[in-house]
Design a protein around this ligand. Sequence first.
Ligand SMILES: Nc1ncnc2c1ncn2[C@@H]1O[C@H](COP(=O)(O)OP(=O)(O)OP(=O)(O)O)[C@@H](O)[C@H]1O
Length: 336
Amino acid sequence: MSPDRTDSRPLLDVRDLDVAYEVSGSSWRRTTTTVVKGVSFHIDAGETYGLVGESGSGKSTTGRAILRLAEVAGGTIEFDGTDLATLGERTPLSYRRDVQAVYQDPAGSLNPRHHVGRAVTDALKRHGTGDRAERQDRAREAFAQVGLTDAHLSRFPSEMSGGQLQRVAIARALVLEPRLVICDEAVSALDLSTQSQIINLLMDLQQASGVSYLFITHDLGVVRHMAHRLGVLRKGELIEQGDTSAVFADPQHEYTRSLLAASPSSHPEGREQRRADRLARRRGAAQASEGAGGTAASASPTAPAAAASSPARPATADMRQAGPTRPMVARPEGRA
Ligand SMILES: Nc1ncnc2c1ncn2[C@@H]1O[C@H](COP(=O)(O)OP(=O)(O)OP(=O)(O)O)[C@@H](O)[C@H]1O
């Protein structure tokens, strides 16, 4: 299913969000510190919104507020037109089903004594889905969707790799057919090749189901490939947001520029580009020493061309629908 929009209302609408944590346990004097300040953004159906910023900038806290795990001190969060503040203290099952999360450490959320298949069947059971046989069928289907086999269902977490466990976490989230998945550093702990596989898997699943992602990461390279739009958090404030390609091409804020400048060192695309640059330099040097005197560009059409033609692509990723060429989801008028 493609992410067709039938109306202009975003799936998630966060407005002027403040989140504060209590920093003093004293019963007579409650001291709080506001770590998310006046943050506003929206996510449309079928869209990926990247939330980036350095450590401690409030990315996870924003995700936690949407999941109702952190108290909203100001502003509103609307999901499909419903203000979460009106839902009452106990989060309704329907909301818990609609909004799922995938975290950095999948093993941490899996019971080491249970087969991983049970994580999926238990999720279905908690939400009252089907009988035992149906839940097992659904788990099998979900595993197949994320590239795992029936044999994986009866493995323990300790018998699986990090990438396989992340697939289990994704299967567990998606089997509930959520409308929004908050991916909080969901690929950060994976090696580059597995990271690319999981990113492509998430993008494929989005294409198939129309699910939206809030993709929280400090890795700008990942966001560049995943996100239709992105927001940059700094010290709890959203200092810049816009279409991913526009922000990368022309960052408006000095802080965004410094983040972008710092990102090549932490991402495969940077490594790939540096590798190509190194190759080009070596070839240039070799030519110079042979007395050819050619530049790297003239000496080696392939290396600089590779660097120039794929400035934004991780070396290991299958970027079928990367960044700017991905079909954009229609946005309501006047929105960032
Ligand atoms: N439970 C808590 N109680 C008090 N302060 C907290 C709590 N959780 C987070 N903080 C503080 O809130 C700020 C934002 O933290 P948050 O985890 O949202 O940042 P982040 O951008 O996700 O960082 P990282 O990339 O390191 O995960 C930090 O200063 C952090 O120390």
